[in-house]
Design a protein around this ligand. Structure first.
Ligand SMILES: [Zn+2]
Length: 379
């Protein structure tokens, strides 16, 4: 099973926007002439926090494809799995992101740092292949959830090791330099990112030739939601080296759902505010699992009294990722990003509202994926 050159990780917390997301990629193709393979991803952590099963992601993807009579390739990604949780994903998924970050050593030689992670990836890959059949899925290996970025030399060592383990890795997710905070722009040295990304593309080319890795091996960018400043850099470089790319987003769609709710009707706005006010009271609990990937400035967060006074437009502009808008508040946006647990608790209110206001929400999602994400790669 071989994934196309450009692919986009969509998927959403509540498995509700499959149609709206697929519409966004179809619209982006019409607008920018670039085809992106849709990949619905949802991590084990998200399933646990919301209390859902991987089969619901499969159902979402299949239903969207059917509803829009979509004839091209698509996948369902078991995102960030390891030996402890892979089994629940076997049936529903045909794309597996094998996460070996926990097996990477912090110091030492290349071998000391990476050989355990490489062996573990082999073990998990063979486990999936045995259950699923080696030709029935796409393999990604991820190492992004660690403290330190991997250098191009380290990437070369890892890819060589994965080839020795006979893992047909098609996408690889290293940790890049800089902060990839959830739902907001990249923060870091853009020139350094560019240099690193370019060197990684070269390493991938070398490793395909030297170690017989799949020809379509490409980089996978995790936490790709809203990293607007690096999109043009990545776009330029993948064209220069004629490489594909996989970009994972998901959180960004949950944020757009909130904006859509707020804009759709007064009861939607009230619900969006309720989620925020609840989140404010449970900051600690909500932010701890995401501590390394958010930077919320508590002093920048509006008080419940202030938010109560907002109209729909104020809510939408505070949330929407438009850096030119003086109302845009990245701390507010990041707090909402990690607050989907609250929407899950309010599901009897939240899910019917998503249904009822799907048109307004869909417009937000389409514009966000197409105009704010995909366009930045190709224009
Ligand atoms: Zn990741």
């Amino acid at each position: 099973m071989k994934i196309g050159k450009y692919s986009f990780g969509i998927g959403d917390r509540f498995a509700h926007e499959g149609i709206n997301q697929l519409k966004a990629l179809i619209a982006a193709e019409e607008q920018f002439g670039v085809h992106f393979v849709p990949v619905w991803n949802k991590s084990n952590r998200e399933h646990q926090i919301i209390g859902t099963e991987p089969a619901s992601t499969r159902a979402e993807a299949d239903a969207a494809v059917k509803a829009l009579n979509y004839k091209d390739q698509y996948f369902v990604d078991a995102d960030h799995i390891n030996m402890n949780n892979v089994d629940r994903f076997i049936e529903a998924s045909d794309f597996f992101t094998i996460d070996v970050a926990d097996y990477i050593g912090k110091t030492g030689t290349l071998e000391e740092k990476f050989s355990n992670a490489i062996k573990e990836a082999g073990k998990i890959y063979r486990h999936i292949a045995e259950k699923k059949g080696a030709d029935n899925f796409v393999t990604e290996v991820s190492m992004d959830e660690v403290d330190n970025a991997q250098s191009p030399e380290e990437l070369r060592y890892i890819l060589k090791g994965l080839a020795e383990e006979k893992i047909p890795v098609q996408t690889i997710a290293p940790k890049f330099t800089g902060r990839f905070n959830k739902g907001v722009d990249y923060r870091g040295d853009l020139a350094l990112f560019e240099k690193e990304f370019e060197q990684d593309l070269r390493v991938i080319d070398e490793c395909i030739k030297a170690y017989g890795l799949p020809e379509n091996l490409k980089l996978s960018i995790h936490s790709g939601s809203d990293k607007f400043s690096i999109y043009p850099i990545m776009g330029k470089l993948i064209r220069k080296y004629d490489k594909g790319i996989h970009i994972k987003t998901a959180g960004t769609t949950w944020l757009e759902e909130n904006i859509g709710l707020a804009l759709a009707a007064p009861e939607g706005l009230a619900l969006a505010k309720k989620i925020y006010v609840n989140a404010l009271g449970r900051m600690e609990e909500l932010t701890v699992p995401y501590a390394t990937v958010i930077d919320v400035d508590v002093n920048a967060l509006p008080s419940p009294e202030e938010v109560e006074k907002w109209d729909a437009d104020t809510y939408a502009r505070t949330m929407r990722h438009n850096q030119e808008d003086p109302l845009y508040n990245p701390s507010f946006r990041q707090l909402i990003h990690v607050s989907y647990k609250i929407a899950a608790e309010l599901k009897d209110e939240f899910l019917p509202a998503l249904e009822k206001y799907t048109d307004v929400i869909g417009d937000q999602i389409t514009a966000n994926i197409g105009d704010r994400h995909v366009r930045r790669l190709f224009k």
